[in-house]
Design a protein around this ligand. Structure first.
Ligand code: ATP
Length: 275
């Protein structure tokens, strides 16, 4: 899973059609993003700018990919950070980093000659945890406050329109202040992929791999109930490795079967038993 993550970090540009499954999430997201794209119309109608979208769902379901695709779709500069990066022992450091993140996003957009910037904050629950709750900490509160201050500062007439997309797998932990109108007003659910979704994801990750003509992607999708996109990417990769180990120039169904077992064993996939 670690490797998958780093590969997604280096991937700079991706489009919605390169992301498998997540049909309703993509639709919901595109509807929201059209507000950013149609900025002049939004201004004329006096609609307040869309500032934040939360992507909520389990790990490895494509939240980072969706944020990158959103940046591409809206022609925005992309900048990302993880909630855990803001966790510091010294008071004020997290808040300072938040200010820098917003500044950097604007300067990146200007440099790239774009009029919008998309800031992706992964693991936002680390800093957006309900204030005053037992696991909340004064420093996180300051960081969260700064994020809210920065978001409140976004105006429709800004040269560079900033949009924040934040990912979490625990939306229930988030401070209500984050979910107030004018902040993160949209929560888009990114669930584990359906069978159809798994099939699409497997096809995407097998596109450049030599598969034996009898490989049945649909049956692999059937056998991988409860797997995330990251796990499926791992299966496609492991199957290719298995083929290489056997000196085979094509990947057979049995390689996928072994790969599924390996991913289950290695990652202890927390899956609900399939019927
Ligand atoms: P986390 O919550 O752990 O940050 P995430 O939801 O942001 O995870 P990503 O980083 O977007 O997940 O996905 C990790 C990798 O898994 C991607 O680089 C890609 O290889 C694969 N992947 C995940 N979901 C999909 C998908 N829907 N279509 C294609 N590939 C996917």
């Amino acid at each position: 899973n670690k490797n998958n993550k780093s590969s997604s970090k280096v991937l700079t540009s991706i489009e919605f059609n390169e992301i498998g499954g997540q049909k309703s999430a993509k639709k919901e997201l595109i509807e929201a993003l059209d507000f950013i794209v149609d900025r002049d119309k939004v201004k004329k109608l006096g609609i307040r700018p869309l500032k934040g979208i939360i992507l909520a769902g389990p790990p490895g379901t494509g939240k980072t990919l969706l944020a990158k695709a959103a940046a591409k779709y809206t022609g925005s500069a992309f900048i990302s950070a993880s909630g855990s990066e803001f966790v510091e022992m010294y008071a004020g450091v997290g808040a300072k980093r938040i200010r820098k993140l917003f500044k950097d996003a604007v300067s990146k957009a200007k440099k790239e000659d774009k009029n919008s910037a998309l800031i992706f904050v992964d693991e936002v629950d680390v800093l957006g945890i309900k204030r005053g709750s037992s696991s909340s900490h004064m420093e996180y509160d300051q960081t969260l406050n700064e994020l809210l201050v920065q978001m409140d500062g976004i105006k429709v007439n800004d040269d560079v329109q900033v949009l924040i997309m934040a990912a979490t797998n625990r939306v229930d932990l988030l401070d209500d202040a984050l979910l107030r109108p004018g902040r993160f007003d949209r929560v888009v659910n990114i669930p584990l992929p359906s069978k159809e979704g798994r099939e699409e994801i497997l096809k995407i990750h097998c596109k450049n791999k030599p598969l034996d003509k009898n490989v049945d992607i649909s049956s692999i999708a059937e056998q991988t109930f409860g797997f995330s996109g990251a796990h499926l990417e791992s299966i496609a990769n492991e199957a290719a490795i298995m083929a290489m180990r056997e000196n085979s120039s094509v990947i057979y169904q049995k390689h996928f079967t072994l790969a599924i077992e390996k991913v289950i064993m290695g990652e202890k996939v927390d899956r609900v038993p399939s019927k």
